[in-house]
Design a protein around this ligand. Structure first.
Ligand SMILES: [Zn+2]
Length: 161
């Protein structure tokens, strides 16, 4: 084989390898494009029709994680609202003097009492019982820092807020 013929052959082999590489890249790009299309289908709300099991599983876990964190956030903001209502309710319970509110105003004159209807007070009581249960079990609860049961359980060495 002459020198030129050998070089041509080498070039040809090189070209074949390059073509194979390009074909492989094209296939990879096509696959990625398909994945993007699948993701778009998901984004467009065609989640149920989205193919690719792995992708669906992944997205499902993402969707679930998103829903969970939304749920947690909702639970936390509800807890904060309940804790605030609890503090208001605590200041406006029946006082020691008959027919007087804890705040010192006559029961029928206390505007805070009127703003806290029976139904909310009942919800608050239920919420407080549930949170107290969590506190007793040592699980994270949402009772306010100044709740008597929380104060009672606070370690002595921690500064009081
Ligand atoms: Zn009051």
């Amino acid at each position: 084989m002459g020198y030129q013929a050998k070089r041509d052959e080498e070039h040809e082999e090189h070209l074949i390898r390059l073509r194979q590489e390009l074909r492989a890249r094209d296939a990879a790009i096509a696959e990625l494009r398909q994945r993007v299309a699948d993701l778009q289908a998901v984004v467009l709300g065609e989640y149920e029709n989205a193919p690719l099991g792995d992708l669906q599983t992944f997205l499902q876990s993402e969707v679930v994680a998103g829903a969970e964190s939304k749920m947690r956030a909702a639970y936390q903001s509800r807890g904060r609202a309940m804790a605030a209502l609890w503090a208001i309710d605590r200041m406006h319970r029946d006082g020691k003097r008959p027919n007087f509110c804890e705040c010192g105003v006559a029961v029928d004159k206390c505007s805070a009492r009127k703003a806290l209807p029976e139904s909310i007070v009942n919800d608050l009581d239920r919420w407080e019982r549930r949170e107290l249960e969590l506190l007793k079990r040592g699980v994270r609860h949402q009772l306010p820092e100044d709740h008597p049961e929380v104060v009672k359980r606070r370690p002595r060495y921690l500064p009081r807020r």
